[in-house]
Ligand binder design. Structure first.
Ligand code: GLC
Length: 445
């Protein structure tokens, strides 16, 4: 009888309701905790470690055998942090307009930037820096109202119980020595607990998950532990699928990614850490146009800087951050707390929308001027403002056929005199929430 009742209830979809309700609650709470991230748009990534001493690839240089492991580790002796000024780092990050910062607490080389109690390398025990570098930085971020992000490498090529070492040598196979792997799991999870309790990151930026499966990393347990310490913390995708948002690296999405939340991480030259021979600096305009493109497609930009071993930041990076900040000051209305823009094809440039979708922001790449076209806009335009100025622009609707539901084409007159040094943004104020015509122009659709 019970079984029959169960079958009937299942058929009526009643038994599964609580589960669905639970899933809904989970989805809502994830959306809530992700809100600041969705609004933030810009973060600054910091790769700082002993690799800055020689100015070589972070960790990868010994993995790829460009340098021997002992020579790589000799850099420990040269890492001084002698001019480290976390207050000025935080002030610069603030000036750039960023809302969060992510620092390498430990890269694949295993050297911790905090006083880890585990038996392993740290800048506190093993370098002349001799102190906790994270505390003063996170405190300085707090003062500026910037969220705390912790990059943490799952891979630890220096640890004697970690299987991987260089590109052509490993220490052991997990299946041959599961106890040894268990020791490593305990070790790295103890380190995570230290960072979690000492610094309470708002965001975890894992890296290096590709060397093992989710089961081997115990990714579900790691996620559970971090969330039980802080239910609001956000986790990136590099925890073998146990994260909250996606992290394309260096490569710019061409079509709008389907993820709810994503973040493009990108270097200002071609390197994550300090490398003086790498002078392929992106210009402020390039960074700004990439940033606008990411935001237009519903994502964030995590822009990387690589300080020197003494803690000073290369002037080229300072320049880009300051110029980006200047531009953000003027155009912040179109960037922060906005929504990703309208689908591609309506306007040949990035777009964003105000939260209520009644203002459409058009980003004008490459100082475009003349008559700009906007397609498929059903709304009436109330006003067009040039951000950061008191100028308003005129528009004209072309080709509207009285009996057709297809809207006319909007042409906006943009004189060259309105141009921003980097990228001009127009605010198109609409008579209501944006409504678009998405058809093919046929008579009946
Ligand atoms: C890569 C590299 C690493 C770098 C990271 C930043 O995964 O392994 O060196 O820290 O990207 O996104």
């Amino acid at each position: 009888m019970k079984k029959l009742l169960f079958l009937i209830l299942t058929a009526l979809n009643l038994v599964s309701l609580p589960l669905l309700a639970q899933q809904q609650v989970n989805a809502d709470s994830i959306r809530n905790k992700m809100q600041w991230f969705a609004d933030a748009k810009l973060g600054i990534f910091i790769h700082w470690g002993i690799y800055a001493v020689n100015g070589i690839d972070e960790s990868w240089s010994f993995y790829n055998k460009k340098i021997s492991y002992p020579d790589y580790m000799k850099q420990l002796k040269g890492f001084t942090a002698s001019k480290y000024d976390p207050e000025s780092w935080a002030a610069l990050i603030k000036e750039s307009g960023a809302r969060y910062a992510v620092i390498t607490t430990k890269h694949h080389d295993g050297v911790a930037l905090w006083p880890t109690k585990q038996k392993h390398f740290s800048v506190v025990k093993n370098t002349p820096a001799g102190r906790d570098l994270l505390s003063p930085f996170y405190q300085a971020l707090d003062k500026q109202g910037i969220k705390r992000g912790a990059y943490f490498s799952l891979i630890d090529w220096s640890h004697p119980d970690y299987p991987g070492f260089t590109k052509d040598s490993t220490r052991y196979k997990i299946s041959d020595d599961p106890k040894r792997w268990e020791r490593f799991q305990k070790f790295y999870q103890a380190q995570l607990k230290e960072v979690s309790t000492m610094y309470k990151p708002d965001l975890w930026w894992f890296d290096g998950d590709w060397e093992h499966s989710a089961a081997e990393w115990q990714a579900a347990t790691v996620r559970k532990n971090l969330l039980s310490a802080n239910p609001q913390t956000i986790i990136n995708s590099r925890l073998t699928g146990y994260g909250d948002y996606e992290t394309p690296e260096q490569n710019f999405p061409v079509t709008k990614p389907k993820y709810n939340w994503w973040e493009l991480c990108m270097t200002i030259n071609g390197s994550w850490g300090y490398q003086p021979q790498d002078t392929a600096w992106k210009t402020p305009y390039e960074v700004i146009s990439i940033f606008a493109d990411a935001v237009s497609n519903g994502g964030n930009l995590l822009l990387d800087i690589g300080p020197r071993e003494d803690g000073t930041i290369p002037k080229e990076e300072i320049h880009v951050l300051k110029e980006l900040g200047k531009w953000n000051q003027k155009h912040g209305e179109a960037i922060f707390n906005t929504l990703g823009g309208i689908p591609q094809g309506h306007f040949y440039g990035p777009t964003t929308l105000s939260k209520d979708s009644t203002t459409l922001y058009l980003f004008l790449p490459a100082k475009t001027s003349g008559s700009l076209m906007l397609k498929g806009l059903k709304n009436k335009i109330k006003k067009i403002r040039v951000l950061g100025s008191d100028k308003q622009l005129q528009h004209k609707v072309v080709g509207k056929i009285s009996w057709s539901p297809v809207p006319g084409l909007v042409y906006i007159d943009v004189p060259a005199t309105v141009h921003d040094e980097y990228m001009t943004v127009l605010a198109v104020e609409l008579d209501g929430s944006v409504e678009l015509y998405r058809g093919k122009g046929g008579l009946q659709e």
